[in-house]
Ligand binder design. Sequence first.
Ligand SMILES: Cc1cc2nc3c(=O)[nH]c(=O)nc-3n(C[C@H](O)[C@H](O)[C@H](O)COP(=O)(O)OP(=O)(O)OC[C@H]3O[C@@H](n4cnc5c(N)ncnc54)[C@H](O)[C@@H]3O)c2cc1C
Length: 362
Amino acid sequence: MSVIEHIESPLLDELCTRLRELASELDRPGDDGLFPWPERQLALCGEYGVFRWFIEKDHGGLGWSDEDLVRGYLALSASCLTTTFIITQRTGACRRIINSESDFVIGNLLPDLISGSAFSTLGISHLTTSHRHLAKPVLTAEASDAGFVLNGFSPWVTGGDQADTIVVGATMSDGRQVLTICPTSIQGVIAERPADLVALSSSHTGRVIFEDVEVDRKWLLGGPAENVMATGVGAKTGGLQTSTLAVGLASGAIEFLEAESAKRDDLVLAMEALKQEYAELRDQLIQAAAGEIECSNEQVRTSANSLVLRATQASLAAAKGAGFVTGHPAGRWCREALFFMVWSCPQPVMNAHLCQLAGIAE
Ligand SMILES: Cc1cc2nc3c(=O)[nH]c(=O)nc-3n(C[C@H](O)[C@H](O)[C@H](O)COP(=O)(O)OP(=O)(O)OC[C@H]3O[C@@H](n4cnc5c(N)ncnc54)[C@H](O)[C@@H]3O)c2cc1C
C-alpha cells in the first residue's frame, strides 16, 4: 500500500471508499454491549500515511499546508466521522507534544505516533469547556520530588481505554495549571468503561480516573502557568477543525441526496440548494485556512452546525422509512450531526443555536 503524499492523490479516494464501507459496522455494539474500536480503520489511516499529514517534515511528517489539511479532513469526515474524530484528538496530542519542544518527549513518542504503532489522546476539556462551573477543579496536580501527583478525573477522553499516553491538564492548589503526558501504564490510571453515546460510541470516549498518579517531570509539556491552554504549548482548541468535520459530514449526506435525486425529480431543488451552501462553506474554510480571508471561527461554526443538521435530516427525509431503520447511514448521519451541538461548542455558538431553535433573532 502507498502513502497519500498529497491531496490530489487518487489513493485518498481509495482510502475514503474503504472507510465508508466499514463505517456502519461501528454503529453496532458487540455481545458485551461495547461498540467496536475502529482498529482496522485507524490501521488503514496509518498505512496510507494520514497521521503524517499533520506533522512537519523536520519531524518526519509530510507537512501538509493548512488548506490541504482542511481538504483532507473534509474527505475523511464525509466517509467515517468516528475515525476522523479520533484522528483529531490524536493529532491534538501530537501537536501539544511538538509544541512542548521537549527533546525527550518528542524523541520518545512522536516516531511511534507518526507510524501509527502508538496511540495518544487528549484529556483537557476540564481546563476549557467541561465542568467549568464547579467550584473545585476535577483534576488536581501536586508537586512532588519526581514531578507531579495527579488526583481526580478527566471527564471526556476519546480512546482513553486504548491510549498508550494521554495529554492531560490538571490544576494546582494555587490555581496554576500543568499540561503533561501521562503514560497509561502508570499505576492509578483507570479508564472507565466508555460511555454509550447518541453517536460515535466507537470513539470509546469516557472518563479517566487518576488515583495518586505520580508523573515524572520529564513528561511535562507546559506550566505550571496561570492558563496553560492559552500558552504556546496549549495550542488552539476548537478552531476551524470542528467546523471542517461538520461540513465534511454534511457533504456525505448531500452526496446521498444527489444520488437519490438522479432518479427522483422532487429532491433536486433541495439537493441543489444544500450543495451550493456546502460549496460556499467549503471554500470559506479553505480560504480561511490559507489566510486569504478573515472570518470568525464562531460564525463559521454556527453556519457549519446549521448545514450539517439540515443536510443530514434532508438525507433522512429522502431515505424515508428505510432511513429510519438501524444500519441505514442517513439515520446515523442525523445522530452524528448532533455531536456538533456539544463538541467544544463555544458559548456564542450555543447561544446562536438556542435562538434559532426558539425561532427568535439573537
Ligand atoms: C463524544 C465526545 C468526545 C469528546 N472527546 C474529548 C476528548 O478526547 N478530550 C477532551 O479533552 N474533551 C473531549 N470532549 C469534551 C468536549 O470537548 C466538551 O468539553 C464537552 O462536550 C462539554 O460538555 P460537558 O457536559 O462536560 O459540559 P459541562 O459544562 O460540564 O456541563 C455538564 C452539566 O453541568 C451542568 N451545567 C453546565 N453549566 C452549568 C452552569 N453554568 N451552572 C450550573 N450547571 C451547569 C448542566 O447540567 C450540564 O448538563 C468530548 C465530548 C464528547 C461529547
